[in-house]
Design a protein around this ligand. Structure first.
Ligand code: GLA
Length: 395
């Protein structure tokens, strides 16, 4: 992997670096250090960074919390993304590459159903590049995600792994759940000890618009306590230094929050949860002070730390959307800092993607860098909440 990055960086330099290089010598020199640090051979690689002169979120918030981004597999071998990630972030989440549909190995499982009946086979080739990259650049990982209704193949829930047959019963699904969590944690701990600081154990278990858990195959096969069991197994096998999280969207919505607190209470009482992740796919409509109330309530009711795990801020429909988004980003971050200074443990602040071009909501331009890697007012808003002098100087 290191070799691959080195080759790509060298090739990219030949193709584009020299041509565009003259005005960018300072950026190129600065960037060289982070790319070279990744290579044990200490060869010099120079790739001009479009973003090198910006203030750096991870430095501005070094004393507060991890600053992270969701990253897709291909981005860790693309020089522009590499520059942006290594300059700005000290935490990463795989966008898709550690979800159950990426890690469950259907072919091997089906090759010997008896052998794998209680413990489906897993494979990790989908995420290796990202994990190697994170390790090489001293970036910590949030693991995402173990038990989820979505991006989890249906065959997992069937007795013979055959969707035209019978669903597995509770005992069998409990074994599969336990073994899946065990396999993922054991692999991560043996291959990348100390790299992960948090895992989303259960994602999005609350239903929308109702006071209930979401109906899903985990609920149908295991029953009402599947969330408690997932956290029980996660606690049993958790690698040292890893915090166990429940993660959801609209988790600040009052009705949804009541449902979440209700189903997490027994998990907290059993001592099996460490954190609640508020995904935070929001827009300027989301009132930072009610968001703050929700954070306080999770902390108080469940005794957990909090992370902002998937922030994006959709544009509004005005001509001033970029400015509004920037002002909102600042207010939002100020709210998070206020919570932190009240003593609420905020462990990490992750944005869901690197530029508007690669956001899952790209029509809504919800991220902090533009299509062409320019820092948006929303980026400066995040900086200004803590270091207004840096935001002013740079903009
Ligand atoms: C949810 C999931 C993420 C991702 C987004 C959309 O928030 O937790 O993993 O799938 O939806 O990209």
């Amino acid at each position: 992997m290191k070799k691959t990055i080195a080759l790509i960086l060298s090739a990219a330099l030949l193709l584009t670096g020299c041509a565009s290089g003259t005005g960018n010598d300072k950026s190129a020199a600065e960037n060289t250090s982070s790319a070279a640090a990744a290579d044990e051979s200490k060869e010099e690689f120079v790739f001009p960074s479009k973003t090198a002169d910006l203030p750096r979120l991870k430095d501005v918030y070094a004393d507060d919390f991890y600053i992270g981004s969701a990253v897709a597999g291909y981005q860790v071998s693309d020089p522009d993304y590499i520059n942006l990630i290594t300059e700005q972030f000290n935490s990463m989440t795989c966008e898709n590459e550690m979800k159950p549909d990426a890690l469950l190995d259907k072919e091997t499982t089906l090759s010997d159903i008896e052998k794998y009946r209680e413990a489906p086979a897993v494979k990790f080739d989908s995420c290796i590049d990202q994990l190697e990259f994170a390790k090489a650049h001293d970036i910590k990982m949030r693991g995402h995600t173990l038990v989820w209704y979505s991006q989890t193949p249906d065959w997992l829930f069937y007795k013979d792994y055959d969707t035209s047959g019978e669903l597995a019963d509770r005992d069998l699904m409990l074994k599969r759940m336990e073994n899946y969590i065990k396999s993922v944690f054991e692999w991560a701990d043996s291959e990348y000890p100390g790299l992960f600081y948090a895992w989303d154990v259960v994602n999005e278990a609350a239903a929308d618009g109702q006071s209930a858990k979401r109906d899903c195959l985990w609920l149908q096969t295991i029953g009402d306590d599947y969330i408690e069991k997932a956290f029980e197994y996660a606690r049993k096998y958790q690698p040292e230094g890893v915090k166990l999280y429940y993660n959801d969207y609209n988790a600040f919505n009052f009705t949804k929050q009541m449902v979440i607190i209700d189903f997490l209470r027994p998990v907290a009482e059993a001592g099996n949860i460490d954190g609640v992740g508020l995904q935070s796919h929001i827009g300027t409509w989301c009132d930072p002070s009610s968001y703050g109330e929700a954070v306080r309530r999770y902390n108080k009711e469940l005794g957990v730390e909090i992370s902002i795990t998937e922030l994006d801020i959709s544009k509004d429909n005005t001509d001033e959307w970029e400015k509004n988004q920037g002002e909102y980003a600042q207010r939002f971050m100020e709210q998070i800092l206020a919570l932190k200074s009240e003593g609420i443990p905020i462990a990490s602040f992750t944005i869901w993607g690197l530029t508007d071009a690669v956001s899952w909501k790209k029509q809504e331009m919800p991220l902090f860098f533009s299509l062409s890697f320019n820092a948006k007012p929303s980026f400066y808003g995040l900086i200004a909440a803590k270091a207004p002098e840096l935001a002013e100087k740079a903009s």
